[in-house]
Write a protein that binds this ligand. Structure first.
Ligand SMILES: *[C@@H]1O[C@H](CO)[C@@H](O)[C@H](O)[C@H]1NC(C)=O
Ligand SMILES: [Zn+2]
Length: 291
């Protein structure tokens, strides 16, 4: 229904009113303005290390990797247990970065989203009436010289779903091959927002992990060159521009804060050492001058 309007994100709101709302995603995260929140614990991932067969489908504006309901998560200060629904990627093209979230204005080469639906809802449509009905996990990619060892299965699957509505199956897939385990994901940003495609439902508890995933430039090129939009055009630059915060607060979990406070203690010690050293020097000079 949005063949025409979907082309241009600035026109989405005309057909999908939520897209013009006050809790939209993605956003630019300004790290100097995030609020450290000690009530943001790590997640518990369930079924991430299971070997599963997943279906990949070209949806016309991106490619979705469907996940079975056995993949779940709890924790992370989310209000309940969430079932995984699908994951997908946002990318740029020909050297252009394509993440949706930006950090201090920096756009990353690619971003992975894992979409989860809160229990007991069974569909996105049901979950969208709950402000935290959907939990989205976001991973930003950083370009490295070495390939990500497990992304090649994802890339070759994309090569098999080049056209709208085509699909394929990746056998023996493990989500834990792509993303780190929960214990290595203590540091994250949290804010309330929306889906980043129409209808932009404002029902998403967003988690953007500070830890980045790696991808080589060869893999990046292979990703953006394969799929086509529903229009037949190359599927490139598939990200929505960042949206205004509109008074929302972005929180950061404390794992990183623990490191920071250690640094604070250290610099305080250093300052005190310098301060007392200075006083000592003053005393010595005075003592010598007095003599
Ligand atoms: C995956 O598919 C293969 C063959 O298509 C099947 O033998 C296997 O049992 C499936 N694995 C799971 C976990 O469903
Ligand atoms: Zn997305």
């Amino acid at each position: 229904s949005c063949d025409e309007t979907c082309r241009d994100p600035s026109r989405w709101a005309a057909e999908f009113p939520s897209c013009g709302g006050l809790r939209q995603s993605p956003i630019n995260i300004v790290t100097s303005k995030v609020h450290v929140n000690s009530a943001l614990p790590p997640f518990d991932f369930i079924g991430h290390a299971d070997t599963i067969n997943i279906t990949v489908e070209n949806k016309g504006q991106s490619a979705h990797f469907a996940l079975p309901q056995s993949v779940r998560l709890t924790g992370g200060a989310l209000p309940g247990q969430y079932r995984a629904h699908q994951f997908h990627f946002h990318w740029g093209g020909n050297g252009r970065p394509g993440s949706e979230h930006t950090i201090d204005g920096e756009r990353f080469p690619m971003e992975m989203h894992i979409v989860h639906i809160k229990e007991p809802y069974s569909s996105l449509a049901e979950a969208e009436h709950d402000m935290a009905g959907i939990a989205l996990l976001a991973f930003l990619f950083e370009e490295t010289s070495d390939d990500h060892p497990h992304l090649n299965t994802v890339i070759s699957a994309l090569g098999q779903v080049q056209n709208n509505d085509s699909s394929t199956v990746i056998p023996n897939f493990r989500l834990s091959d792509i993303i780190p385990s929960a214990k290595d994901l203590h540091s994250y940003y949290r804010y309330v927002g929306s889906m980043t495609t129409p209808g932009c439902e404002q029902a998403v508890a967003w988690t953007v992990f500070q830890r980045t995933l790696s991808i080589s430039s060869r893999q990046l090129d292979a990703i953006f060159q394969q799929c086509r939009f529903w229009t037949g055009q190359p599927m490139t630059d598939i990200y929505r521009p960042t949206q205004p915060l509109d008074g929302r607060v972005v929180y950061r979990s404390r794992a990183d804060a623990a490191v920071r406070s250690t640094i604070h203690v250290f610099t305080l010690k250093l300052r005190l050492t310098i301060f007392f050293g200075f006083i000592q020097i003053c005393f010595r000079i005075r003592w010598r001058c007095d003599k």
